[in-house]
Structure formats: C-alpha cells, structure tokens
Design a protein around this ligand. Sequence first.
Ligand code: SF4
Length: 380
Amino acid sequence: MSFPQPDPDLAVELITGRRNPSALFREAQRLRDAGKGRVVTYSRKVFVPVTTMCRDTCTYCTFAKPPGGGGEYLKPADVMAIVRAGEAHGCTEALFTLGDRPEDRWDQARAFLAEQGASSTLDYVRRLTEQVNAETALFPHANPGLMDDAAMAALRPSNPSMGLMLENISPRLMEPGMPHHDCPDKDPQRRVATIEASSRQRVPFTTGVLVGIGETPREVVDSLFALAELSQRLGSIQEVIVQNFRAKADTRMRRSPEPTPDYMARVVAVARWILGPEMNLQVPPNLTEDYGDYLDAGINDWGGVSPLTIDWVNPEAPWPHLEQLRHVTGARGFRLEARLPVYPEFIGDSWIDQALLPKVSSAVDRRGYALAATMEESRR
Ligand code: SF4
C-alpha cells in the first residue's frame, strides 16, 4: 500500500509517535534512495568564527559573548592561519559563522570595524572571503546572519554557496519568555526574506530547522512545510539541515530537555517525506551518539565535518573522525563521498558566479564531488 501524500495533521501524529512510524521510515528511505541513491555526502571544512559578538541574545547560545567576556573578532591573519591549516589537511570548505550585526549593539565592534576600514560586519566578511578565495584552495561558505540582495550580491563572487537556518517559522518563539525574545535577527519573516533573496541572486542556499528550542510539534511541521514551499518556489535551496538543540551548562536553557534521538529520527523522516526525494537532507553527526540511525530516517548528507577545528556552536560535541564516519555510513550500505560546500547539482553557470566557476569546476570530479577527496580515496 502506498504511503499518503504529505499532510500536516498526519505529520504531527507521526512526529509525536501517536501514529506508528514504521511505514514512515520505509517511505523516507524509499524517497531518499529514489532521489539520491546510496551515496551520503559530507564537506571537509574548517570553522571560521569571524566574530563571537552578536546583537542577539538567544537563550540557548554559548557562541555569542560580550566584549571583554570572550566576544571578539578574528583578524585577517587569524582567519588565514585557520584556513591555511585546513588547506594542509585537505579541507575544501571554510565555513564563516558569526554573530549577527554586533556593530548595532557594541561600541567595541564598531571600533574594530573602523580600525579594519570595514563599513559593517558583512563588509568585513566579504573582504575575508575574497582573500580566502583568492589565496587558498578552500571555498568560503558564508553563514553571516540576515542578508539583503546587495549583501548577497557582494558575497557571491567569493562564495559558491551561503546559508541561514530558518530555525522555526513560528513568531511565537520571539515572545517574552521564549528563546528568541529580543532577537531581531530571528524574526522568521526576515529569515524567509533572506532565503528569498538567494533565489534572486542565484545563490545555492543552505537552511534548516532547529528542533527542541520550545516549539511545538505542529510548529516543526509548519516550518518543514514552509521550507518545502520556499524550495519549490525559489529553486535555490540546496539542502535542509535538521539540527537538534543541545542544552549547554552556562545558558538560560541549561535545564530544558533535549529532543530524544527517537523524536529526532521521526522529525527527520517526516522532513524527507515533506521535502521529497530531490532535497539534500542533513543531520550533523556530532550531536547524537548513534547518528547512523538518521540514515534509516532518510538523510543523505552529514554536513561539514572538520578534521581540525571544533564545532564552535556546540563546542562540547566533537565531530566524529572521518574514518568512523566512513565506517558508520558504509555499515548501513552507503558510500561516503566528499562534496564542496556547494552540491554537485548546483555547479554550473546558472548558479555560480562567473569569476568563481573555473575554480569550482577544477576542484570537482565529473560527478561534482570534491576531487581532492576522490584522489585521496583512490590512494587508499
Ligand atoms: S544563536 Fe546566533 S543569533 Fe542567537 S545569540 Fe547566538 S550567535 Fe547570536
């Protein structure tokens, strides 16, 4: 008997476990296999935390810090040192992750940017990604918070792809007492506007949901349907991440329950069902002990994995060693392949800036996977 078409009410019943999810898991696997075959990808990356200052105060975050309490900017030489080390370890992605518009809140941020001659944090990121792109083999992937069309256009010649998590479509999470209260950058409609800009600017775009920050199952489902609609309408969404909240000791949400692995697996399977066979669906492998179970829920990507730098957003959770990742993936009958930050299906002149396309094309094999890793694999 065929599985029903995606339906919000049924999705809530499946996520909450009120309906037995075994048929859902079979359907998620069928869809993934139909769209992606038996290949699971990852991106070999270094993490570049451009600034740990932020104007927002999400109650689960340990990344953002005030100036004087750990909040600072990396200087260009610091960034290049990280990226050069990544280059020596065969990495192909430099993930630029940072707090949102710290200059709107902190004098120290304004002073740093003035000293660097940058008009904003986004302008500073543009200059850094241009330098990394020009001087190293790595490809920047900017994840710098909200962007308008002009910011995205400025970053496009040095970034083959960019990203911004939707996190959740519900504005309720911004109400007093909720995790995004007083966080202007977490307004879902502003985040949707950034995702929409990626289509106009022809930027392959990564987004996703954050699960377990106080949203209801219905709000998770609404967010996944919102992403499915955006993907169909825009064509620019290259992957959707389903990320689980992890409670951190020194935050206001330190006692909040984390989503269980079973719940997460059901959310992931529902995401595959709603998003369809063609979407690249990712769960980070460092935030769940038995992460291989997500392969049974229909994912086809592990995201950025670093042989070198920590996960600055979840510093307590080390990435698995690449050998272990290969083993876990292979044990379930999949082949692990390294990709660039941009997915193979987006490599071409309609999505990549003309100035960047020759570098991208020469870094991939004929299937669009990372050439450096293919060569390493053939030597094994
Ligand atoms: S989660 Fe992001 S936007 Fe929120 S406080 Fe942390 S760095 Fe800022």
